[in-house]
Design a protein around this ligand. Sequence first.
Ligand code: B12
Length: 229
Amino acid sequence: MLEEISEYLEKLRSTILSGDSDSAREIAKILKEKNVNPVDVVNNAIKPAMDEMGKKYENLEVFLPELVLAGEAAQEVLEVLLPKEMESSFIKGKVVIGTIYGDIHDIGKNIVAAILRANGYKVIDLGYDVPPRNFVETAKKEGAKIIGMSCLLTPSMFYMRDVITRLIDEGIRDKFYVIIGGAAVYPDWAREIGADGWAKDAERAVQLCDTLLEKGHELPKPVILGEWR
Ligand code: B12
């Protein structure tokens, strides 16, 4: 990566960390003008900033207001870098996505939704704090092939199982691929609840959807893409 771009990414990381939304937006605009891949911005600025913020919060070095500001700054950057027009003209398949019930973290989910759109998926985004039945009802109504759930809050991850239980109870489990992600969930959790896949990040979420749609029926489940932690 060019040295100049690395410097901007580093500046962006510290700007998000300090919760300065205005400066974050300005740096994001510069990166956009320079045609930097949004995935590189996520991996080299947003994710490291958020991880560092999480650690500081855990160590009581920062508190909720700082967390809120950093989250807002990250969302500003995404608004600049991941505009709606990235939606591509050909459609590989439909994905219903949302953050599971009780959990309001949506930055990672928004990134996954945008990168899926940019890669040929029609994405129906249910937002955050989504009750299990909404995933199932929307997927049925929209004829989606994939249900994607995000979770960052440990107590909420148990609701992911409810989505799969509902599909089983309605006798339609085999009509959908269920994929999960987000910092609270891990490959063994996907195995335990009988999900079809887990991916570490947005790029791999695209690979996961591609793989499941191409040869999902012949692969052992869950399909795991990326190392956990
Ligand atoms: C920003 C943030 C917030 C913001 C959220 C803003 C927003 N709009 O999302 C605010 C301030 C609102 C917030 C609130 C809270 N937070 Co908070 N938050 C964070 C923080 C710092 C960053 C999260 C983030 O955005 N990461 C960056 C994104 C890009 O990463 P990601 O979500 O993991 O997504 C990537 C992958 O996981 C994957 N992916 C994501 N979703 C999906 C879905 C699928 C299908 C696939 C395949 C892949 C995939 O792709 C993404 C892109 O690469 C984390 C710490 C951390 N390191 O995660 C704590 C953290 C998640 N929060 C935490 C807590 C405790 C809370 C609160 C309960 C605090 C409180 N006392 O009120 C509340 C939650 C309220 C609720 N009901 O949800 C804890 C959770 C602990 C736990 N495991 O249960 C953490 C881990 C902090 C900590 N270390 O203690 N938080």
